[in-house]
Design a binder for this molecule. Structure first.
Ligand code: NAI
Length: 274
């Protein structure tokens, strides 16, 4: 199957990076969000994140729209809206009214069941999890999630596409948080419990994992980069689906989200960001 034009729904932290990655690899991209201001801001950020030689390619290949109807020309649509099951389901229901029959539907969800999201489209055989890491341009992994109905043809098409983007694809079965976030959020959750219980301050917790275990950044700084609202939503899905206390969003996370301190994207979370 040939995949040329890509639709990306959601122009936040991940949608922006996914659009950039595909454009850098010569794919036309339609980037969609709910408001024109969000899309304009996303394009401005893209210019900052892309060097001058490549920024021409990015500007010429990415078009933006607030109308999901523009997904009709796409061969693959990747949903990257809030980590909220009902928001995602609405998006897929809307997409299924405009997309052509052969389209591949992919979700960049961090934790939500691929099988559940696939119920929103007419042909769940064409539905797959395509989970990019943050930032998509830099991180090598693409976690491909096979739903119970996803066809082998779709899995292999997405695997080959990921390889063509210079990524390392890993294929896993559908399960809450898949492999990446089941592991990552047991670490982030535990780091936040250590912080909350006064065992060490955030810098020292991060330094232990950075200098002691050789992680490029510590788990609390990583939570800030992911976005604390997104972290809270991911932990809520894991906790509700697995009934495991490890994943219950800790009060310290809940209160920062309530204060609107969402990490790097708002300038402050556990840390202050320039
Ligand atoms: P974000 O909060 O930065 O951006 C979400 C975007 O979706 C916003 O611009 C919002 O306006 C837009 N949106 C919301 N409802 C919409 C709708 N109905 N139609 C069109 N656009 C809509 O979120 P982020 O961090 O980019 O996360 C997106 C998805 O990617 C989530 O499922 C998240 O779990 C996943 N993810 C996030 C990672 C991260 O490090 N932040 C890493 C990997 C996956």
């Amino acid at each position: 199957m040939s995949i040329n034009t890509i639709g990306v729904i959601g122009a936040g932290t991940m949608g922006l990076g996914i659009a950039q990655l595909f454009a850098l690899n010569n794919h036309p991209v339609v980037l969609m969000d709910t408001e024109i201001q969000i899309l304009n801001l996303a394009l401005e950020r893209l210019k900052q994140y892309t060097n001058s030689v490549l920024s021409g390619r990015v500007s010429s290949l990415i078009t933006t729209s607030t109308d999901i109807g523009n997904a009709k020309e796409c061969d693959l649509v990747i949903e990257a809206v809030y980590e909220d099951e009902s928001v995602k389901m609405e998006v897929f229901q809307a997409l299924s009214k405009v997309c052509r029959e052969s389209v591949i539907y992919a979700s960049n969800t961090s934790a939500i069941s691929i099988d559940k999201l696939a119920t929103c489209v007419p042909n769940p055989v064409n539905f797959v999890g395509m989970h990019f890491m943050n930032p998509p341009k830099v991180m090598k992994l693409v976690e491909i999630i096979r739903g119970s109905k996803t066809s082998d043809k779709i899995i292999y098409t997405i695997r080959d596409l990921a390889i063509s983007l210079g990524k390392i694809p890993v294929i896993v079965n559908d399960s809450p948080g898949f492999v990446s976030n089941r592991l990552l959020f047991s670490l982030i959750g535990e780091a936040l419990h250590l912080l909350e219980n006064g065992i060490a301050d955030k810098e020292d917790i991060d330094n232990v994992m950075h200098f002691g275990i050789n992680h490029p950044i510590g788990p609390i700084m990583l939570a800030d980069l992911i976005g604390l609202d997104t972290c809270k939503n991911i932990m809520t899905v894991l906790y509700n689906d697995l009934h495991d206390e490890r994943y219950k969003p800790p009060p310290i996370l809940e209160s920062l989200v309530l204060e609107g301190k969402l990490g790097k994207k708002t300038g402050e979370g556990f840390y202050k960001h320039a």
